[in-house]
Design a protein around this ligand. Structure first.
Ligand code: GAR
Length: 221
């Protein structure tokens, strides 16, 4: 029987990425089991989603703690008590301290709605749309001490158009987030991820064709 990795999912908001993970586990496509969902926000809609699927939730409000370290220590306790293999940040809007990062070295994934290293931090989709990029997308990466800066596991590209609003672009990106996050976790579950410095190698993964994309399309060249 395949081993199912034990996941601890950190959320702050809507939890649509959490939902994609739950759905893929339930479909049998993702060999994982969510041991706990931790939210720093008691009103997060992600908690409603968790309830519907009978997944244990713990609310840990950052405002109840004197320091970031104390908050992170509480999360570490919960995750370690459940022997979590991988921590999955799914719209978790807190920066982790070195204490937390050292407790789970290369065992924390994050998703970000941009082609990193472009547009790290908050409001990535709005900043990309305002900047007038022709392509955007999303990135799953391991967390490190920077903001959205750790080794990149998988990226998806979507076109951006000059009449895109922030919401339209964000929705286009989110659809791909819901595909690449379960995939990145499944690579991890299969033991296929190797990290050397900044570079991540996915053992046995196909090489994509060398096909450039142009937006707008080239007319003659
Ligand atoms: C997602 O777009 C995710 O990429 C982003 O927050 C949203 C959460 O949505 N995360 C970040 O910007 C982290 N830097 P969700 O709660 O519906 O999954």
């Amino acid at each position: 029987m395949k081993r199912r990795i034990k996941l601890g999912v950190l959320v702050s908001g809507s939890g649509s990425n959490l939902q994609a993970i739950i759905d893929n586990i339930e479909k049998g496509l993702l060999d994982g089991e969510i041991k706990v969902i931790i939210s720093n926000n008691a009103d997060a809609y992600a908690l409603e989603r968790a309830k519907k699927h009978d997944i244990p939730c713990v609310i840990i409000k950052h405002s109840d703690f004197k320091s970031r370290e104390d908050f992170d220590l509480k999360m570490i306790d919960v995750l370690n008590s459940l022997c979590v293999d991988l921590v999955v940040m799914a719209g978790f809007m807190r920066v982790l301290t070195p204490l937390f990062l050292n407790a789970f070295p290369m065992k924390i994934m994050n998703i970000h709605p941009a082609i990193l290293p472009a547009f790290p931090g908050i409001h990535a989709q709005k900043r990309a749309a305002d900047y007038g990029v022709r392509f955007s997308g999303c990135t799953v990466h391991f967390a490190d001490e920077g903001v959205d800066s750790g080794p990149i596991i998988i990226q998806a590209i979507v076109p951006a158009y000059d009449d895109d609003t922030e919401d339209i672009l964000a929705a286009r990106i989110l659809k791909e987030e819901h595909r690449i996050y379960p995939q990145a976790i499944q690579f991890y579950a299969e033991g296929r991820i190797e990290v050397v410095g900044r570079k991540v190698r996915i053992r046995g993964s196909e090489r994509i064709p060398e096909t450039p994309l142009h937006n707008p399309p080239l007319t003659a060249f």
